[in-house]
Design a protein around this ligand. Structure first.
Ligand code: TXA
Ligand code: MG
Length: 345
């Protein structure tokens, strides 16, 4: 398949390009597009065969359900059974990086939901994503636009590397602002939700809107053998570079000293803080941002994991993020990348 790559800098001026992309979606084809979180691999969310194409293009197991993307929060009602809790979440956080799991309606094929009776709904705020969904006139089912097992793509170059020749079109809208996938919550009842995947909307922000916010154990811990995951995606190995990743925890000076010492004896790639640069040798060094700048770290993490994985390092070291604020989302992705390997120094 020949994949067209189109740069979109202005969705209003480039309406004809976006209309062509929307036409591909309506005709059952696949278009990768930017969102504020990561790039998505989109197809018609009401079309069984488009869903099958998405799974094939990603090399993804078909029991791992897709998120459907809508142009306006109210549109969720057409595809899912919404309630007051959804409306409150939507009012507070949509359009934006929040995905809500609700009971699905008949119109959403089971291939989209991996056989489940629930469906994940998200209304992205990125202007290109919004324009594409609105022009398509159908909800867009989209997982992250990476090959299964790779870090989610945060720029078009990552999508091209993973999916060129596997999709009809890639819309290049530049770097994603947040850099980590959306926060996913499941509505359990009136005024109660469970956080399944932390993201740009933090636990604390959710607590301002919903009285009871549970955190699924798999957010911070490895699933026990035979444990049933609340979200099918939790059971798959994610974001796993080929080079083993080890997370370091401990007093900051000690961690920096440990890294400097490891550089002397091992070929290691380091995802370090900017403040550490003067203390480290300059090879295979990937600064993630300042120690306290979690937003910068979120934005760069997946790109740096891809880059570190392309070096000749035998090991990748990174810091164990805090479990608070946006740190929880970083923590959740990092412990997966590291297959839960944490070293105390
Ligand atoms: O930011 C995002 O959410 C990006 C952009 C493209 O919107 N999308 C994304 O999709 O990250 P994906 O497919 O890579 O991750 C969706 C996760 C999967 O782990 C899946 O298991 C879970 O959402 N999920 C989807 N539908 C679900 C459902 N009905 N019940 C429980 N989990 C669900
Ligand atoms: Mg994904």
């Amino acid at each position: 398949m020949n994949t067209q790559v189109i740069q979109i800098s202005d969705p209003i001026l480039q309406k004809s390009d976006l209309s062509r992309a929307a036409e591909i979606i309506r005709a059952g084809g696949l278009v990768a597009f930017p969102t504020e979180t990561v790039y998505g691999l989109g197809g018609d969310g009401t079309d069984d065969s488009a869903a099958k194409k998405i799974y094939a293009a990603k090399g993804r197991p078909s029991d791992n359900p897709l998120i459907i993307h809508v142009a306006a929060p109210e549109d969720a009602d057409r595809y899912a059974v919404v309630n007051a809790t959804y409306r409150r979440l939507a009012k507070a956080f949509m359009p934006g990086p929040l995905t809500v799991i609700l009971q699905k309606r008949e119109i959403v094929p089971k291939s989209v939901t991996g056989g489940l009776d629930t469906v994940a709904v998200r209304c992205p705020s990125h202007p290109v994503a919004h324009a594409l969904i609105a022009l398509a006139g159908v909800p867009i089912a989209a997982p992250s636009a990476n090959l299964s097992g790779k870090p989610s793509p945060t720029c078009a170059a990552h999508v091209i590397a993973d999916l060129s020749g596997r999709v009809d079109m890639i819309l290049d809208g530049g770097d994603c602002e947040i850099g980590l996938e959306s926060t996913i919550v499941k509505v359990d009842g009136e005024d109660e939700i469970t956080l399944l995947r932390p993201g740009g909307i933090t636990y604390d922000a959710l607590c301002m809107v919903v009285s009871k916010v549970n955190i699924a154990p798999a957010v911070t811990h490895a699933l026990a053998q035979n444990e049933h995951p609340l979200s099918p995606g939790m059971k798959y190995r994610h974001y796993a570079p080929n080079i083993p990743v080890v997370l370091l925890s401990g007093e900051s000076k000690k961690v920096t000293a440990f890294l400097a010492n490891e550089q002397k004896t091992k070929k290691c790639a380091l995802l370090c803080y900017e403040e550490e640069l003067p203390f480290l040798r300059a090879d295979r060094l990937f600064p993630v941002g300042k120690r306290d700048d979690l937003a910068a770290q979120a934005q760069t993490l997946f790109r740096l994991l891809r880059e570190a994985d392309r070096t000749d390092a035998e090991i990748i070291y990174a810091h164990l993020p805090p479990e608070t604020g946006l740190g929880l989302a970083l923590y959740n992705r990092m412990i997966r990348a590291a297959a839960h390997t944490i070293k105390e120094v």
